[in-house]
Design a protein around this ligand. Structure first.
Ligand code: TXA
Ligand code: MG
Length: 339
């Protein structure tokens, strides 16, 4: 791939990003969840550049970002009444709906599926960009495939500088975890990926089921869920239960003796429990929104600090905790210790 000079565009340079998109180029842009890597969703060649820049497997479909329900209507076969209810209540916002695909959406966007993922992001820069172009924007998270999703323009630059023409800098994103992916083609609607909009919020309006994590060889319904994700270089251990601190202290000794660099991701109030370890602070105890907003930055910091082992204290799986634990389990690749 030819090396590109990646421009860092300011938030008031949306027109330049729009121009690049109209020319069939890819551009990274901020949303309220994480940065996305966008291209004209109706231009298969432009969309192909997304997969190339990220090193993303071709069978992992993209989310089509739209300005609102009216635009979505042009790209889906139908919108069930209850899905419309969710759109009206939660859009713009961190909710992606899977609907029957309309003919206008190229197969490369949906990886050949007969469904399409759509959402309206709740970010002023993203909305300005979407309104500045006459097409919807296909976009996955703007990280190299397998890395934590980017929540700052510098994260995108770190992963994709030289591989894409521009990053539109909107500062830090808000939620910090990606959108909730909800399959509206099954009854009851099914959460395929927990995210920024909580299952509790959805359940106030419609009946939903939550997809159990894929086991063994059973293919997950959301193709992206089968790939390794979010993993830092360090070996991550996710530790839960009342004996977590004691377990982490005990295990870390062995790694420290071998001369390894060991870190722990913990609430600020609990940091004093871990003398001798590099602390990655999760925020004030129990503040799941704060933790979500820092999560991917902390995972990236683990690499910058050269950590070889990272212990992470598990959190409650209520509300945003479900999305957080989903990401942490992937980062831990099955290394989960219950006390
Ligand atoms: O917050 C977000 O959702 C961010 C911002 C940029 O919008 N985007 C994002 O995209 O996280 P990505 O590509 O990293 O994750 C999209 C997820 C993947 O797990 C993918 O497999 C799933 O949505 N997906 C997309 N289309 C689908 C479809 N038709 N059926 C089932 N799952 C689908
Ligand atoms: Mg992603």
């Amino acid at each position: 791939m030819a090396e590109l000079k990646t421009q860092l565009l300011k938030a008031d340079e949306v027109h330049k990003a729009a121009e690049l998109l109209a020319q069939g180029e890819v551009v990274a842009f901020p949303t309220e969840t994480v940065y996305g890597l966008g291209a004209n969703a109706l231009d298969p060649q432009a969309v192909a550049k997304i997969f190339q820049a990220k090193g993303r497997p071709q069978d992992n479909p993209l989310i089509v970002h739209c300005t609102g329900v009216e635009q979505v209507e042009g790209f889906v076969k139908e919108i069930p009444e209850k899905a419309l209810l969710l759109m009206e209540r939660f859009w713009p916002g961190p909710l992606t709906l899977i609907l029957p695909k309309g003919d206008a959406v190229p197969a490369v966007v949906t990886a050949g599926l007969d469904t399409v993922a759509v959402r309206v992001p709740d970010h002023p820069v993203a909305l300005r960009l979407l309104r500045a172009v006459p097409f919807p924007i296909a976009a996955p998270s703007a990280n190299l495939s397998g890395r934590p999703s980017p929540t700052r323009a510098e994260h995108v630059m770190h992963d994709l500088a030289g591989r894409i023409p521009a990053v539109l800098d909107g500062g830090e994103t808000g939620f910090g975890v990606e959108s909730t992916v909800l399959d509206c083609t099954v009854q009851p609607f099914r959460v395929l990926r927990p995210g920024g909009l909580t299952v509790e919020q959805l359940a106030e309006l419609v009946e939903v089921s939550v997809e159990a994590p894929a086991v063994g060889t059973e293919p997950p319904r959301s193709p992206g869920m089968k790939y390794a994700h979010y993993a830092p270089e360090a070996e991550v251990f996710l530790v839960s239960g009342p004996g977590a601190a004691a377990k982490i202290q005990e295990l870390s000794e062995g790694f420290l003796m071998k001369g390894q660099r060991v870190g722990v991701m913990t609430w600020e109030e609990r940091a004093p429990l871990y003398p001798g370890l590099v602390v990655l602070p999760m925020g004030h105890q129990g503040d799941l929104a704060e933790l979500a907003s820092r999560l991917f930055h902390l995972l990236r910091q683990a690499d910058e600090l050269g950590l070889q082992v990272l212990f992470v204290e598990a959190v409650s799986e209520e509300r945003l905790g479900l999305a957080i634990m989903n990401r942490l389990r992937k980062a831990a690749k099955g290394r989960e210790i219950r006390t």
